[in-house]
Ligand binder design. Sequence first.
Ligand code: ADP
Ligand code: MG
Ligand code: MG
Length: 877
Amino acid sequence: MAAHRWVYLFRDGNAQQRDLLGGKGANLAEMTNVGLPVPPGFTVTTEACNAYFEDGASLPEGLWEQVLDGLADIERQMGRTFGSPDRPLLVSVRSGAKFSMPGMMDTILNLGLNDVTVRGLAAEADERFAYDCYRRLIQMFAKVVLDVNADLFEDVIDEHKRALGVRNDFELPADDLRRMVAEFKEIVRREAGQDFPDDPHDQLRAAIIAVFESWNNRRAIDYRNANNIPHNLGTAVNVQAMVYGNMGPDCATGVAFTRNPSTGEKRLFGEYLTNAQGEDVVAGVRTPQPIEQMADDPHVGPAYQQLQEIAQRLEQHYRDMQDLEFTIQNGKLYMLQTRTGKRTGAAAVKIAVDMVKEGLISKEEAVQRVLPSQLDQLLHPTIDPGHTGEVLANGLPASPGAATGQVVFDADEAKALAEDGHDVILVRLETSPEDFHGMLAARAVLTARGGMTSHAAVVARGMGKPAVVGCTALQVDYDRQQITINGKVIPKGDYITIDGSTGAVMLGKVPTIEPQVHGDLATLLGWADEIRKLGVRANADTPEDAAKARELGAQGIGLCRTEHMFFQGDRIWAVREMIIATTEEERRAALAKLEPMQREDFAGIFRAMDGFPVTIRTLDPPLHEFLPHTDAEIEELARTMSIDPEIVKSKVVALREANPMLGHRGCRLGITAPEITEMQARAIFGAALDVAAEGVDVRPEIMIPLVGDVEELRLQREVVDRVAQEMFAKAGRSIPYLVGTMIELPRAALLADKIAEQAEFFSFGTNDLTQTTLGLSRDDSGRFLPYYVEHGIFKNDPFQVLDREGVGELIRIAVERGRKTRPDIKLGICGEHGGDPSSVEFCHQAGLDYVSASPFRVPIARLAAAQAALEQSERDV
Ligand code: ADP
Ligand code: MG
Ligand code: MG
């Protein structure tokens, strides 16, 4: 029986074999087969890696023989011999899993050198070059295979440079490099307790095993856990003939993107270094040149022409922007890697739209190419490009968006100041669960410590709040209540601006601009609209929000929270009167003050949403949220109502609830005080009649919250219908309207068939439905939910990503039972999940009619809905 095949020559593979050959290997094979100049080589498969571990860390049978065959093939193509003193073949050993993984083993270059072969290499060019390759090999091999501290080698290099008075590695003469080789070997002997292997075959075998082993190193495992990459994929190993970018002035090494990865501009973008090898370009030892300068360099100019042609060809071939690595040896170009290039949100949109215009991809593909999270980058306020602010320091861009505010150090203080109408930025060394309410109140968060997955970063992203973390230049002095950044002292209360998209921390109030949908983004979203089946509405409470939502593509309002208008201006006093009222007359008097205000608001929203439905929810929150708290406020309320402050006080106490989330709220308010619902219905229909008379197409949908039993809905519906009939009769005309309910209690979902008898629509209020299904208070979850997510007890925060198994199941039940009673019942979702891509996908699959998201997430929902529809259609065929 022939041995299993563990090794593929580059010319025997192709781009489809990523599973077997890894991303790097599959693409090297593909480039070889389309005739590009790739140094010959072979790939040891991922299967070999898995077999290695299954066999108790030994090379599987037949592998080494196949490696030697592969090597012989390279030797023939290169006209060189591995380990030969004359024209020696050197190879690189490169790891490459299916997904590119930063935790994996570093590449080893110049493998095959020893004290004998180095002389053969020197004979081909010069000694300096040969010993430079040799010392690099020992360095990389020692670090990667033998786990020797890399600093030890750098120290030696620094000593030599100091002694010679030179600054750059490439200024070191051959003599020094030769001596360094000896010193490096001594370090290896001392640190690793073994000699650097002279035998090239021993070097190769050890390097292949080291790549396999790196699949299971700590960094790699952590990375896979963090990115949901399965642990059983294994890594491939690529062995490839060396080409030299460090042989002289007509040699170079570089990296390039076929289009600009930050703007998307269609022009080769990248950097190169002449007379350099491998990762010198990214290692920062010398400053690389912008790639277009190659054109003016007589040594590498012709190769640049060819690189441009190849870049184009690769784009056409892969039909996407590519990230390339190349080397030029004596003026001849070699391609060493190609892969799909990472890009910013702005670049992703532009490249997708441009490629459709170029005829390279279809509109459907363009829509699938942009991640909703990339759109997120574009839909936050940004620093006005014309600003004159000073960047004090840069931290990690942990959560996108720019914000300005006063520096505050304490969470309680942040909350208090925010309630007084201040914009604040919470500045901490790092944040902890105790800071949650302060983060919620702040416009943005800035920390001195912590990385992209620190508490501050994770929580801020969850809240959609800008954050810069790990800003090490920032000194936070809680005692003095000030921060110092690069010598600049900023006391509490002073303004700073941070940009969570770039990590910049700036002094003072720097102007920001609101995101807009225009140009390429508008084009792309237009295509998404053609594809998607789900409607997209917005949650908006004011005419301004409604107008913004419409501008961003909302096709109606899925949730208008009437009570949000109660906090504006003087209204709160009328609201408080309504709550304190002891008799129906008193309450009606207060409601009479509120009615014209509500009517005006509704009119504004109807106008903004001309032609689209507007879902208005009747009063929902626990009443004590509106009550006066301080003595001064209580006295003022008593004065306006001309009653005893003590009565007000006792009323406030009486209204306090142990568990307001499950207390006297939702339809329970309108049922115990129907005059409230009556007033709201009058305001809605009054506004509708007014605005319809102006020629506006009005489509009100009245939504009763927190219904758990059909009887509750029937009672509230009766009030609404009665008011409508009265007002239509008086006006002599009528307005078509719907009455429906929010499904936000498990009981409502289970009894959806009964409730549908009274409901013309259901809107899944997934914020409360998540709270009530999981028995989890959102306001109190900050103390433990981050722990749950971090430790994998919950896969996601269920308030951000819909819990499909629990909440989702209830939604499916409600959809099915609701439709059984009323086949044409309208179904939507209005929780914060309406703007989360994974939740949007669920809504599509569950067969809902629309999702409703906060205005700035409307574009994300449009894209996510289109992507959900496309995935479905692919599965259908
Ligand atoms: P990474 O996955 O970290 O990018 P690579 O395997 O791509 O590692 O290797 C890094 C760099 O090493 C390449 O970009 C290239 O410059 C250099 N390199 C790798 N193999 C060769 C080779 N056969 N000849 C010349 N340079 C090489
Ligand atoms: Mg690298
Ligand atoms: Mg690479």
